[in-house]
Ligand binder design. Structure first.
Ligand SMILES: Nc1nc2c(c(=O)[nH]1)N[C@H]1C(S)=C(S)[C@@H](COP(=O)(O)O)O[C@H]1N2
Ligand SMILES: [Mo]
Length: 386
């Protein structure tokens, strides 16, 4: 379904349209391949204890996945510094730096601007790259106001090339060059990326104000980008004339790959940016001896998903047809009638609309990646049948 802002429906004044929107909303919420009476089988490979419980909270439990939209109380959150508790009355957003007219906006000012919604699956780029982390993903319906018109209103000067998003959270930065200082969380984007009409300054998650852990009162939602770009607890947007390098641009969230260039090995370091094609088996269910594998695929326009059991052939999964949101994960399923008793492995791979295939873990793209970021290799889970 096309993303149609609620305002447009109301402006149309058509009860039929509003009804249709509600119908699709319900269909979306229900769009999940489950069968009455089925039982869920736990994966044999369960995560070891999370060594950073303040940083990573509330990971998605894949076996519990039973809805296309992840409810707020089941949504993961990441905080690299503190988790600020912000009072709406004391909060404001500054837009400054290389602009003609700096702006200061209250939450009421932001909510009074045009509303835009997007259903977007946000994944931490560290997800499945670390042994204790596979639930850094969730899908929500985010609402806010587009960022681009605010930047236009402030009037970015010709010298401005970079937009920095500052959070209210703060931590100590110790650099290798022995400079130590306190700094707020900060991520940046090129001006061109920031002006993407899909980016919103977001104040609502699944119909409620942003929960504190997910960035209350305001965060950036940049559909199609890895989690790190979606700066939470925003306090300032700052236009600059140089590329910006914070810890989260230039040191953490840096992917290091060994690439081959005409037979020469070239080591390449890049800052984590846009999301990558990925899928994962979510859970196996059964009714008696009729098993079914259900999973999700996301990160790029997904064309199809294939599933491999043990060392068998790739088999086409059925993609749930009801969830058509461009930036949201797609649910898929594959019936697995009467599997033999014993231990099995389940692997999935997504294929995008350009024919790119989610890489195997042995693919050089993954095998020659030396940091855990952007781990979009195929996910294999283990299961006991019978
Ligand atoms: N201000 C701020 N924004 C932040 C972070 C943070 O630590 N501070 N973590 C980022 C990371 S690493 C991810 S994966 C996403 C996670 O969004 P969520 O916590 O709403 O799930 O938020 C991003 N935005
Ligand atoms: Mo992240």
């Amino acid at each position: 379904m096309q993303e149609i802002p609620r305002r447009e429906f109301i402006a149309n004044g058509s009860a039929a349209l509003v009804g249709l929107a509600a119908f699709f909303a319900t269909r979306h919420a229900d769009a999940f391949p489950s069968r009455p009476g089925e039982e869920v089988v736990k994966w044999l490979d369960q995560l070891p204890p999370n060594p950073v419980p303040q940083v990573i909270k509330n990971q998605l439990v894949w076996e519990d996945l039973d809805s296309w939209v992840t409810p707020n109380d089941k949504f993961f959150s990441i905080a690299h510094f503190n988790r600020p508790a912000i009072e709406e009355s004391a909060w404001k957003l500054e837009i400054g730096g290389l602009v003609k007219k700096p702006l200061v906006l209250t939450l009421a000012d932001i909510k009074a601007r045009p509303r835009q919604e997007v259903t977007f699956t946000i994944e931490c780029s560290g997800n499945t790259g670390l042994p204790f982390f596979n639930g850094g993903i969730g899908n929500a319906r985010w609402a806010g106001t587009p960022l681009a018109p605010i930047l236009k209103e402030a009037g970015v000067l010709d010298s401005g090339i970079e937009v920095v998003f500052w959070g209210a959270d703060e931590g100590e930065i110790k650099r290798a060059d022995e400079v130590t200082f306190k700094q707020n969380f900060a991520r940046s984007m090129s001006l061109a990326d920031a002006m993407d009409p899909k980016n919103i300054l977001c104040y609502e998650m699944n119909g409620t104000p942003l929960p504190p852990d997910n960035g209350f009162p305001l965060r950036l939602i940049a559909p199609g980008w890895y989690g790190i770009a979606n700066a939470k607890w925003l306090k300032r947007i700052d236009v600059r004339e140089q590329r910006f390098e914070s810890r989260f641009m230039g040191r953490d969230y840096v992917t290091v790959r060994e690439e081959d260039h005409n037979g020469e090995t070239v080591w390449v370091e890049t800052s984590v940016g846009r999301a990558r094609l990925k899928s994962a088996p979510a859970r196996v269910t059964h009714i008696g001896n009729d098993y079914r594998i259900v999973g999700a695929a996301w990160g790029a326009p997904v064309d199809r998903v294939e599933v491999k059991i043990d060392d068998g052939p790739w088999m086409p999964a059925t993609i749930d047809g009801t969830d058509k949101a461009e930036f949201a994960w797609k649910m898929w399923s594959l019936d697995w009638p009467k599997p033999s008793a014993g231990e099995h492995t389940v692997t999935s791979r997504a294929i995008d609309t350009s024919g790119n295939i989610q890489p195997a873990m042995s693919d050089p793209w993954i095998a020659k990646k030396h940091t855990y970021w952007e781990s979009n290799g195929q996910v294999t889970r283990r299961i006991q049948v019978g």
